[in-house]
Design a protein around this ligand. Structure first.
Ligand SMILES: [Zn+2]
Length: 176
């Protein structure tokens, strides 16, 4: 089912999410909700806390595959980022922080492992956009938002805007 996107100021976005067993019936439901919600939004990746579930799952639609018919959203359960290499510096946005785009430094190449819905662990070496998405989404599982990773000057400039955004969110709390 399509779920409401949680916005900055919502406490669930600041919690460290718990691992979840792929056998747990909740896992299937959260994955389906993530895929349904991703399909109607313009971003290409989504993490469970963004739809209100504090568990370690995210999904990524591989937009770097040119043929849209060949894109199947990928599901990552209990991902563990293991190694980082190089750097990339690009504009990022987030469905939970509407209309804000800022440059964020990320690793260029990431090695990580993750479980699928059958509980099988798989190893990945990913780069560029895929690596950036995995780092952004994995941050969501740790309660980190991309605005935490921008330069202190930019963060200071955005502070008032983010605070205002958070104060209009239901149970909005501090940002900054
Ligand atoms: Zn995000």
């Amino acid at each position: 089912m399509i779920q409401k996107i949680r916005l900055i100021g919502d406490k669930v976005l600041r919690k460290k999410a718990e691992p979840i067993s792929p056998d747990n019936p909740k896992t299937k439901q959260v994955v389906q909700d993530l895929l349904d919600t991703l399909a109607v939004n313009e971003e290409f990746a989504l993490a469970a806390p963004q739809i209100g579930h504090s568990c370690r799952i995210f999904v990524i639609n591989p937009i770097w595959i040119e043929d849209e018919d060949k894109r199947t959203p990928m599901v990552f359960i209990n991902p563990e980022l293991l190694e980082y290499e190089g750097e990339q510096f690009m504009l990022e946005g987030c469905l939970s922080i509407p209309e804000i785009y800022e440059k964020v430094k990320r690793a260029q190449i990431v090695k990580f492992r993750s479980q699928d819905l059958h509980g099988k662990w798989k190893n990945y070496t990913i780069r560029e956009l895929f690596a950036r998405a995995a780092q952004h989404e994995n941050d969501h599982l740790d309660g980190i938002l991309f605005v935490d990773r921008i330069s202190p000057i930019r963060r200071k400039l955005l502070h008032g805007k983010l605070k205002k955004m958070a104060s209009t969110t239901k149970d909005g709390v501090n940002v900054g």
